[in-house]
Design a protein around this ligand. Structure first.
Ligand SMILES: Cc1ncc(COP(=O)(O)O)c(C=O)c1O
Length: 488
């Protein structure tokens, strides 16, 4: 078992006035920390010398307490390595998996926080490989180049980066993002409008805080990206699901349902999850509505770099002459999601409002990877990586579509295979996608159910299938596995 040697001391409280011997207090402190899961099996405990210094007592009571904990099997020693919580104590609760009953405190959280949909650790979110969604081809990432840049910037950080930086982010990175967006996405912007954020999720959050008040109506796509909906629900907005058809969001339907909505949240380049591209007439109609209703359009352009059968579609923001569009993008798909870097292109007159909200939220983005990414983009590695990944994902996409056709024939409907790192399949209505996904996860097949993407009462059943992180030669057997699970 891996040993944990964090050098962090457990919380042991010593009270010299209680009359309880010190060795007993140390013993009880450790025993309870272990039983509560605050110290886990295999975790290194501090040396008696270090703990004595920390608690400002002599070493003897600590040696006595450790001897007792050894005798009872709570601690074990490894020659030359130190003293550890016994690795055999595996059935103890861990810090965060013990079932918790709702306490009086939990019942008294704010109405605001209670409005956010509860977080469920769905097993498919942690999967690796077929058919995990939002996973790029990790093994194809140019780690050598990246790690050299990380090492360089860690060794010689620029002095200004070690202090506070701008709430909008590092200027050279904003310049690089700006020129990329102008050229590759036809976004109208200059660097003063770009804010660097920790992924599009933070971008959506800041945007909602700036634009919306409680009870405001906001259009969302039906089906939609569930975490965009969570933000709106969390802030007490009235969500208005607007159907998506073959041309994208049905603007007439939105106007019928809520003409005076404050905002529309859309994924026009590649609808999430069904993959439709919004047609030019619909884009113009949406912009026209926003202008007349003084509403905002939030364009989530999360994976537009990967189109397989045509040139990338220009952004909706690029059509906008009335500064009604907030454009959001991310490096999660093109690089990797744990980087947590994305950006917002803010209409010029709103930059101060966005900056104020960001400053109050987390002051400014973390520095190191902004420097690394600036150089990665400046030296051409970013553009090269996108080109390579576009070709790779095209091959993987084709392998998946062909395998689905050969295994299922016409039994499944495939949606949105022209772009991105995932496609969707829909199933007959009597299938239960969430239950099937639970079963599949036990066999290490990661199926993301489609029905949670619907906000209304008639969800479709099916799955979002990611193909970014599965080698072409493994596709057929993964699809066979899917067929066995579905028993089709
Ligand atoms: C449509 C859409 N929007 C936003 C996000 C959030 O991505 P991130 O916060 O990693 O940039 C995702 C994640 O995969 C997504 O699919």
């Amino acid at each position: 078992m891996a040993t944990i040697s964090s050098g962090i001391f457990p919380v042991i409280c010593i009270d010299r006035n209680t009359g309880i011997p010190l060795h007993r207090q140390v013993y009880t402190g450790f025993r309870e920390a272990i039983l509560r899961g605050e110290l886990g099996p295999g975790q290194k405990v501090p040396s008696s010398r270090a703990l004595a210094a920390e608690l400002e007592i002599s070493r003897f009571p600590i040696l006595d307490a450790y001897a007792q904990l050894h005798a009872e099997g709570y601690l074990e020693s490894r020659v030359g390595a130190g003293t550890f919580v016994s690795a055999a104590l595996t059935n103890l609760p861990t810090n965060n998996t013990a079932p918790v009953e709702e306490s009086e405190g939990a019942r008294r959280v704010s109405q605001g926080s209670a409005r956010f949909p509860r977080y469920h650790a769905a097993p498919w979110r942690n999967g690796w490989g077929a058919f995990s969604v939002h996973q790029p081809a990790f093994d194809q990432f140019p780690f050598e180049t990246w790690s050299k840049l990380v090492a360089h910037h860690s060794r010689a950080p620029r002095a200004h980066g070690m202090r506070n930086i701008d709430p909008l982010g590092l200027m050279p990175l904003r310049d690089a993002i700006c020129s990329y967006l102008r050229t590759a996405r036809a976004v109208h912007c200059d660097s003063s409008q770009i804010m660097v954020v920790s992924g599009s999720q933070q971008a959506l959050d800041i945007t909602a805080r700036v634009l919306l008040d409680r009870k405001d109506s906001a259009w969302i796509e039906e089906p939609c990206y569930p975490l965009a909906r969570s933000i709106l629900l969390g802030y007490g907005c009235r969500i208005v699901p607007v159907p998506v058809d073959q041309e994208g969001l049905d603007v007439n339907a939105g106007i019928k349902r809520a003409r005076n909505a404050r905002a529309a949240f859309v994924t026009p380049s590649h609808h999430y999850p069904l993959g439709v591209t919004m047609s030019a007439p619909r884009r113009l109609q949406l912009l026209d509505w926003a202008r007349k209703a003084s509403a905002w359009i939030v364009e989530d352009d999360y994976d537009s770099e990967f189109r397989f059968e045509s040139m990338p579609i220009p952004s909706l923001q690029g059509f906008d002459s009335a500064a009604r569009v907030i454009y959001i993008g991310t490096f999660s798909k093109v690089l990797f999601p744990s980087l947590r870097l994305g950006y917002i292109v803010i209409p010029p007159d709103l930059v101060d409002h966005f900056t104020a909200v960001r400053y109050a939220m987390d002051i400014f983005p973390s520095y190191l990877f902004q420097e690394v990414l600036t150089d990665f983009m400046g030296a051409g590695h970013f553009a090269r990586h996108i080109r390579r990944m576009r070709a790779l994902y095209k091959t993987r996409r084709t392998a998946l579509v062909e395998s689905l056709h050969s295994e299922f024939g016409d039994l499944l409907e495939i949606h949105g295979a022209k772009a991105g790192m995932h496609l969707s399949i829909t199933l007959p209505d009597d299938y239960r996608d969430v239950e099937i996904a639970m079963r599949a996860a036990k066999e290490n097949l990661w199926l993301w159910p489609l029905s949670p993407c619907w906000s209304g009462i008639h969800p479709r059943q099916g799955f979002i299938l990611g193909f970014g992180n599965i080698a072409e030669e493994k596709m057929q057997s993964a699809v066979r596995h899917l067929r066995r699970i579905l028993a089709l």
